[in-house]
Design a binder for this molecule. Structure first.
Ligand code: AMP
Ligand code: ZN
Length: 112
């Protein structure tokens, strides 16, 4: 997607603080962190949200959870973190390229 900010981050066309990258996904720090640890994991392939997961693209989701577990271990947060993916305006999704927020480093509150 030409105008997608996360495609540009995945391609290295705009800067980010990358924590991890492989052929399928990229993890980078959120620019507006909501917790002491707040990073995002995205597939390099563009699709808009969890509402667009199909048999053709579902395997990358499992891979992303594998990467999240590895990064959580490396960052020392394996005992407590939250993974969130927002879908659509009603859930507050602002970037229409599927992404998984990983939050930790403080007591996280309840949510809607
Ligand atoms: P969401 O509201 O679920 O769509 O989350 C989008 C997230 O992307 C927000 O937490 C933003 O702070 C974050 N974000 C937007 N642009 C960038 C960027 N260039 N680098 C890092 N994080 C970003
Ligand atoms: Zn994209």
């Amino acid at each position: 997607m030409n105008d997608c900010i996360f495609c540009k981050i995945a391609a290295g066309e705009i800067p980010s603080t990358k924590l991890y990258e492989d052929e399928l996904c990229v993890a980078f720090n959120d620019a507006n962190p909501m917790a002491p640890v707040h990073f995002l994991v995205i597939p390099k392939e563009h699709f808009a949200s969890a509402a667009e997961v199909t048999a053709d693209n579902a395997s990358v989701i499992g891979h992303i959870y594998e990467v999240i577990a590895k990064l959580a271990s490396e960052l020392g947060i394996s005992d407590g973190f939250r993974v969130v993916t927002n879908v659509g305006s009603l859930a507050g999704q602002t970037v229409r390229h599927i992404h998984f927020h990983v939050l930790s480093g403080k007591q996280l509150g309840s949510f809607d």
